[in-house]
Design a protein around this ligand. Structure first.
Ligand SMILES: *Cc1c(COP(=O)(O)O)cnc(C)c1O
Length: 459
């Protein structure tokens, strides 16, 4: 089919996620192929995959070992159910994962997306206390700006106004503690911000721990909430409070897992032992939808018993433990070992820090936040007051469209431009990516300089 026809049909039939379709109609994009860290659209234009195809991709596209793992599994079977039965790759993958995850996590419950892995974590934590006879523990604590997926349950433990506000009356109530965000805090001091947020958490736990089942958070860095990094020691502080007050710690590693932050899992930065941990995005190297929720033997045992005791976890999805997905996840983890990818990611993160160093010199770049190969660049109207541009200006969105023209794909989160390269990106490609990011921001600001001045005069 001709490219122009595809374009028309995409506008006629598709409804894309997290997309205002009138924007898509104006600036459509259709990807046809990919190789390494580059993808190519139907017109033959090639782009660097600057956000790892939405934070998933690890080794680049068309990685030989991953392609072969799927082909090999296809000669046996594509899918059979995990309800009441196991399958070969899901067992081998479970064993491998348990070797990798923090000590104390001993069981794997599969599903098929980040949202389902967190939905499962929340239901598991809830039912754990019910099964134990501690039936008043029913509430969840979350951090402001947290993101855990788009199902009703995961939105309930999320806290992003733009995405969640319209559904408020549909969601269950969670107890929200302010994320320890340093950039706009009057003290601008990591320790002060950390201690303040931990103090609020302590007060909440002191007052209400008997009703609190668990606390859900993204470790070390919030992704969708704007690439917000935690001050050192904060996560450890949360873990200690959860232990002290008998609250389950649920850690969402969907974005941060599998080397993304320079460690296999972000919890390793502060030697955290969560009660429940979730992974998805990087698990299959960005190939197929497989997710997992890990938990302790203590939690597993609370569900174990005779059928008539009614302790069973009645939750599952049709494609849970899909063989093709588990086979490619196994091959993905083998490459992590063979190529010592976590160490490589950590080294590349250091290079990325150097490359980003002069970005703050650009007018309107307010803050550059980074954890490993996760970067957020916050654009502001005024660097000194840290005031944002008005919502309508869409300055970050327009910058990313400019970057697309220049040959780099990424998406903004509000006023924050995301750079999240695949772990396999080479040093040269990182240089190329950062150069396009800088140029994209510079050009959009330059084009709008007159407007900016006028807007400033209107205050
Ligand atoms: C992306 C993401 C999710 C949701 O994952 P999906 O696979 O899109 O459902 C959940 N938690 C975090 C931290 C994420 O970044």
């Amino acid at each position: 089919m001709k490219a122009d026809q595809l374009l028309e049909k995409s506008k006629q039939y598709m409804w894309l996620p997290f997309t205002q379709m009138s924007d898509y109609e104006q600036d459509p994009l259709i990807i046809e192929s990919g190789e390494g860290v580059r993808v190519t659209d139907i017109y033959g234009k090639t782009y660097l995959d600057g956000n790892s195809s939405l934070w998933l991709n690890v080794h680049g596209h068309q990685k030989k070992e991953l392609d072969e793992a799927i082909q090999k599994q296809l000669q046996l079977i594509a899918h059979s159910t995990l309800l009441g039965a196991a399958n070969v790759p899901s067992i081998l993958l479970a064993e491998k994962l348990i070797e990798l995850v923090p000590e104390g996590l001993t069981r794997v419950f599969y599903s098929d997306s980040g949202a389902t892995s967190v939905e499962i974590a929340v239901k598991m934590a809830y039912q754990y206390w019910q099964n134990k006879g501690v039936s008043q523990k029913m509430k969840f604590v979350t951090l402001s700006n947290g993101y855990h997926g788009d199902t009703v349950g995961t939105m309930s433990v999320g806290s992003i106004e733009l995405y969640h506000k319209v559904y408020t009356s549909l969601l269950f109530d969670a107890l929200v503690i302010p994320f320890p965000a340093v950039y706009r805090h009057p003290s601008n001091d990591e320790q002060v911000v950390r201690d303040e947020s931990l103090h609020k958490l302590r007060l909440l736990f002191e007052e209400r721990h008997e009703e609190i089942a668990g606390m859900v958070l993204e470790p070390m860095i919030q992704g969708a909430g704007g690439m917000n990094t935690m001050p050192p020691g904060y996560l450890k502080g949360v873990e200690e409070l959860c232990k002290e007050f008998n609250v389950l710690l649920i850690v969402d590693e969907v974005a941060t897992g599998f080397g993304r932050t320079g460690k296999m899992f972000a919890v390793e930065h502060e030697s955290i032992q969560p009660d429940i941990m979730t992974v998805a995005k990087g698990l299959t190297g960005g190939y197929l939808p497989v997710a997992a929720t890990f938990t302790t033997e203590e939690i597993y045992n609370a569900f174990y018993g005779k059928h008539e005791e009614m302790k069973t976890f009645f939750h599952g999805h049709s494609y849970t433990g899909n063989q093709l997905g588990c086979a490619v996840a196994l091959a993905n983890l083998e490459i992590f070992e063979k190529e010592q990818l976590v160490q490589q990611a950590s080294d590349k993160a250091e290079l990325l820090t150097e490359l980003l160093a002069d970005l703050k010199e650009l007018p309107h770049v307010g803050d550059v936040r980074q954890c490993g190969l996760m970067v957020g660049i916050e654009i502001v109207k005024d660097r000194y007051t840290k005031e944002s541009f008005s919502f309508e200006r869409r300055i970050a969105y327009r910058s990313t469209l400019k970057m697309r023209e220049l040959g780099l794909l990424t998406r903004p989160l509000g006023d924050v431009i995301v750079l999240m390269p695949p772990l396999a990106t080479t040093a040269e490609q990182l240089v190329e990516m950062v150069a396009i990011v800088k140029e994209g921001i510079r050009l959009v600001i330059e084009e709008n300089y007159g407007l900016t001045a006028a807007e400033t005069m209107n205050i």
